[in-house]
Design a protein around this ligand. Sequence first.
Ligand code: ATP
Length: 360
Amino acid sequence: MDDDNYLELRGIKKSFGAFVALDDVHLSIRRGEFVCFLGPSGCGKTTLLRIIAGLEMQSAGRIRQAGRDISVLPPAGRDYGIMFQSYALFPNLTVAQNVAYGLVNRKQKRSLIAPRVEELLQLVGLPGSGGKYPAQMSGGQQQRIALARALATSPGLLLLDEPLSALDAIVRVHLRNEIRELQRKLGVTTVMVTHDQEEALSVADRIVVMNQGVIEQVGTPMEVYREPASPFVADFVGKVNRLEAVAEGDRWFRCGEMRVQCQPANGADFRPGREVALYLRPEDRVIDGVRDDDPMRCVGTVRHVEFLGGNCLAEVAVDAIPGQPLQLQFSLNQMDEFGVREGAQLNFALRADRLRVFPV
Ligand code: ATP
């Protein structure tokens, strides 16, 4: 076993009757890595996590953890801690008893359990709360206890199944940062399921984007955002503009009355006449110091401005691309400086180097 292959999934398939929930999933997770399974509801991410945990049996395929084939081991024979969306704490047990659960199951010495529980409660920011009952704690605190419980036996793998989605927005952001910090500190290999792209982008070392039972892309947050491997990934991870265009050969594309040259995502050279879609993030435009001879220069009219706090999203009708308005992002300072408001005319340029091209 090498550190690059701490957890290996090979040819994982899962069918529920005739329905294929996972189709030939291959994935290697490094030791100490924080990986997020990201995808829309029903894409199979929870099923994949449950298969890793042994809570669901794959229809085909093998799993190895730390070089050991765990494919058919029951959950108790595997080496992980798990945390679910619903806190899943035992309501009739105290916080300390909840955290100690796995240690008692493993028949650890009583004299060692109490200090370990207190150490874990300190780790999750709840020192001294062992005598309380779950019902006396807030949702965020209960999730911290569930995290302490998942970490109690110092497992090799931490599995998190949508652990934050039941919490309100502010607690969610706090806790995700705390989970990330703790994960770094402990160096525990972690897999988290989420359907929240912002959450995945902010905590993961690598994101596994899933769609309809298959992996669409595995990459760092930056790779998945900047270099999406498919239209699905471009659409699902972050906001994006999709422009219809036609290939003219030699990496030139006609989009409305504009001609743009850009590198197709997979290096393919589309034959002339082929219909394609160009994908561009709202921030991938230049507004400061646009040169008159920039071939990507556009003139457009602001139709609508959506205020988003620190920045805004402007819908801009571009003269040269009729019928395909663009969503462009500006900071508040740029809004003031360049007069981004409804009805205003804007001079800007698209960043050809950031366009992604896919066949339609
Ligand atoms: P969500 O975020 O909604 O939980 P998900 O991506 O985690 O979505 P899964 O829960 O893995 O999706 O489910 C994948 C697909 O498999 C879904 O279409 C679901 O209906 C189906 N499925 C899951 N478990 C079962 C089961 N026990 N029996 C039948 N179908 C199932």
